[in-house]
Design a protein around this ligand. Sequence first.
Ligand code: 4AD
Ligand code: MG
Length: 477
Amino acid sequence: NTRTKIKTLLAQEATGQEVIVMGWVRSFRNNQFIALNDGSTNNNLQIVTELGLLDENTLKRITTGASLKVVGELIPSLGKGQKVEVKAKTVEVLGDCDGEKYPLQLKNRPSLEYLREVAHLRFRTNTFGAVFRVRHSLAFAVHKFFNDKGFVYLHTPIVTSSDAEGAGEMFRVTTLPLDNPPRKEDGSIDFAEDFFGKSANLTVSGQLEGELGAMAFSDIYTFGPTFRAENSNTTRHLAEFWMIEPEMAFYDIEDNMNLAEEFIRYIIRHAMENNREDLEFLAQRLAEEEKQLPQDKRSEMGLIEKLEFVLNNNFERITYTDAINILLDSPAYKKKKFQYEVKWGIDLQSEHERYLVEKHFKKPVIVTGYPAAIKAFYMRMNDDGKTVAAMDILAPGIGEIVGGSQREERLEKLVQRMEDMHVPVDEMQWYLDTRRYGSVPHAGFGLGFERMVQFVTGMGNIRDVIPFARTPKNCEF
Ligand code: 4AD
Ligand code: MG
């Protein structure tokens, strides 16, 4: 199999050399011109079949969606829009595709909603081709960034007994016979024996295990699937999403913010350098989509411009208290445009976050110093005794994209806070051991990978940036 990828061929000097290409038909014109795509790029390769080369039967079988093997000569193209084309010597249909039934055989450009219904085929469209090549590239850049800085990639467990975020949004994992489960005295199912004798859940975050790694390797990161059993039907929430969680010993909150900014810029730059064509395609798609919106709902910057802006400008850094004051001072607040209440102590709602980044600062913002009461137990208490060393990064068009903090490294303070927040101290002695044996200041953060992919591709719905979306009532394959 000496098949060459179409992306590679399109960049080659065409001197009549023999090539073998395989892919799927995007269109077939005049019984002569085949647009072939193999997913390596959105640019189709034009295959020219001279009249008389193919018999009637083969001609009929070359339909949109059919798969082909073509052997031919790579020659300069006379047509517009491509530099090279293949003059076919043989065309073999590998798999037929019934044009009448093929769900992507549509005259008009299919909507994203429709493509979500045929999600098993949507990789074959230009939009999803571009999105998932960019997603791949961002994932690759994540590993490269941390590898080059000497971080260890730590694989944290998917099945776990701890609730890292203490938010109780876990999917239960069970080996119990549910047709005849063990019962407690009151008749309810006794889940304590879930996992061969221990209660078990799907992880909501690899952070706590990541901290164990950081206490030995100094710097680690995780990159894996995480699960939240929250019944939220929004364009920003998935039940299964991928998270990148670096954890660094000897880091304070300032170091943490600096690393997060550098990291985000690095992976964006990587995509800009390696996926320019796909990003330009997505920018164009977004611009067309926004033309349908009223003027005041359109973005001020195009996608490429927005990404370049992020590469060239520092994120704004403010405290939670600043954020509340800005909101209280805002025209939106005075005109009662916010649905949720604004006062010190609230959890910032998505409308508040978006006001800050989209209307006020018009750039990504890092908010620090949240009230302890609304944040997880492991965050370090500030000297004021009421705020913690948390940092959330908010991005235009998305809202929260990163959540992180400096961790509470002082044993007594940590235990106190766990007790206050009803975190089971007895079951988490393994975690507390890190504070007993050589505890050090440390910090880390979690980047929601799909939200990052949304930011870079400009896709409005998180279901469209993960290959197989898991949302309430959505678990088809
Ligand atoms: O803010 P979160 O809950 O933080 C943590 O899990 C920490 N343990 C991270 C750490 O410090 N190591 O989640 C982190 C990020 C959010 O900022 C968001 O981008 C993403 O994960 N996220 C989700 N993405 C998609 N769907 C959901 N349901 C998400 N929940 C959180
Ligand atoms: Mg958060």
